[in-house]
Write a protein that binds this ligand. Structure first.
Ligand code: PHE
Length: 460
């Protein structure tokens, strides 16, 4: 019997992988990145990069996982030898570090859900001030993010099929519906059209080098690429599934949710006379305003519902982030799933404490002298996602191009898709993975590292 488990249906895999992709990256990070990077121009670049570069990377990752049928380390090791295994370990470390700060932000969302539903958050006057106060409260943050980690751990213990698949099936569709309903409401508010213009009418003179690599980092983060999450999930996929089609569905779902989140946030930002450039606080400052206008009862229901769904979206992502190192310990070290999960969850939680305390609670964590006086949360998020994920994607495509071979990938991909070989898609995927991705992602990664650590002012 196959004790690793697997997804029971095509839709199960798609929902779980889309659940991994759709999360805080779409609803929290995408709007503030777009707001900070010039609005519509960022959106256009982000979409172009997603279709041209990220889709082939996703197909490649799933193919590696399904072929090898192992965790990220084991998969590279099996297909490429021990040295390539380190690339899997690199992904596992990124996963642990991303989860460490992601869980903190998820804790904020969980706290907002509770405060809106069961307390008087919607009676506040100034949500900017409120958020500032909120994130320095150590005990609240500690308890909320601890809850989040414990829930994640429980689901991951249940394993892929029972826990992950079932959870995603219910949460994803509900999120979609509530987003659309809120958008319809928000675009009727005064000045909403200014927001729509900012979001949808591109001004390409705004584009800088930073816009480009921010869009790249955002696309990788949002699609859960570059660290082996989809290798791990791919390892649970059956051979009769059409990977190309599944990857297309996952990409489209992810983009749609991000796009809708922007369509919700920017009309609100402008109708409330706020700045789109507030960074990570953006959705937490802007969204309560719309719920407040709905009156005390409806506001609590819709606002509480929204943040609850945001928590669900984050949960399907934290599950996938934790599953990556867990699969490694289960597959490679033969450590029982339960022990792996609790050990890793504890480790990740502890690693997240500096990020949690970096929003003003502890000065030393809040302003890092070696990193442009930014917070630890910014540091961990920029180093382990904005920089490391595109770099991971570069190395992954380099692995396929030079070690595993695109012909072997084609063979894998034609299982479940008999017409694949010789098709236009094959040509496109192979060409992108062999030439475009390694080179372009390599250049991007280098530029972002130089810029973040040494400053590339002249290129801005
Ligand atoms: N894609 C997730 C989100 O958008 C975050 C994530 C990144 C999950 C990397 C897994 C791996 O919220």
């Amino acid at each position: 019997m196959d004790s690793r488990g697997g997804f029971t249906s095509r839709i199960g895999f798609i929902l779980a992988a889309a659940g991994s992709a759709v999360g805080l990256g779409n609803i929290w990070k995408f709007p503030y990145e777009t707001g900070q990077n010039g609005g519509a121009a960022f959106l256009v670049i982000y979409l172009a990069l997603t279709f041209l570069l990220c889709y082939p990377v996703m197909v490649g990752e799933i193919a590696i996982g399904r072929k090898a049928g192992l965790d990220a380390y084991g998969s590279y090791n099996k297909l490429g030898g021990k040295r390539w295994g380190y690339l899997g370990l690199y992904g596992i470390i990124c996963g642990i570090m991303i989860l460490s700060f992601y869980n903190v932000v998820a804790g904020w969302a969980f706290g907002y859900f509770l405060e809106i539903s069961f307390s008087d958050l919607l009676e506040e006057q100034n949500y900017g001030v409120y958020f500032g106060r909120y994130v320095v409260d150590f005990w609240d943050n500690l308890i909320f993010s601890l809850c989040f980690m414990v829930i994640t751990a429980f689901i991951v213990i249940k394993g892929v099929q029972k826990g992950i698949e079932r959870a995603s099936k219910i949460m994803m569709p509900t999120l979609f519906v509530i987003l659309v309903a809120l958008i319809i409401y928000s675009i009727t508010l005064p000045n909403a059209m200014d927001g729509i213009r900012f979001y949808l009418l591109p001004d390409f003179s705004e584009i800088t080098l930073e816009t480009l690599y921010s869009a790249m980092g955002q696309a990788f983060f949002s699609l859960s690429l570059g660290m082996g999450a989809l290798i791990t999930y791919g390892s649970y996929v059956s051979k009769n599934q059409n990977v190309l089609k599944s990857a297309a569905t996952i990409t489209l779902l992810d983009i749609s949710v991000a796009f809708l989140a922007g369509l919700l946030i920017f009309p609100l930002v402008f109708s409330q006379g706020q700045s789109p450039e507030q960074g990570p606080a953006l959705v937490f400052v802007v969204l309560p305003g719309i719920f407040q206008t709905m009156g005390p009862v409806l506001g609590k229901i819709v606002g509480g519902g929204f943040f609850l769904l945001l928590c669900f979206a984050a949960l399907t992502s934290t599950i996938s982030l934790l599953e990556v190192p867990v699969a490694y310990f289960v597959d490679e070290k033969k450590i029982p799933r339960k022990i792996s999960v609790w050990t890793l969850a504890t480790l990740v939680f502890i690693l997240g404490l500096p990020s949690m305390l970096s929003q003003g609670a502890v000065g030393a964590f809040s302003s890092l002298s070696f990193y442009q006086e930014k917070s630890t949360l910014d540091f961990v998020s920029e180093v382990f996602s904005d920089i490391s994920l595109p770099l991971g994607g570069c190395l992954m495509t380099f692995f396929i191009a030079t070690r595993w071979g695109t012909h072997k990938m084609s063979e894998e991909l034609s299982q479940g898709n008999p017409n694949y070989k010789g098709s236009f898609y094959e040509g496109y995927i192979n060409f992108t993975i062999r030439y475009i991705c390694p080179v372009l992602l390599g250049i991007f990664s280098l530029l972002i590292i130089i810029d973040k650590f040494f400053g590339l002012e002249q290129l801005r």
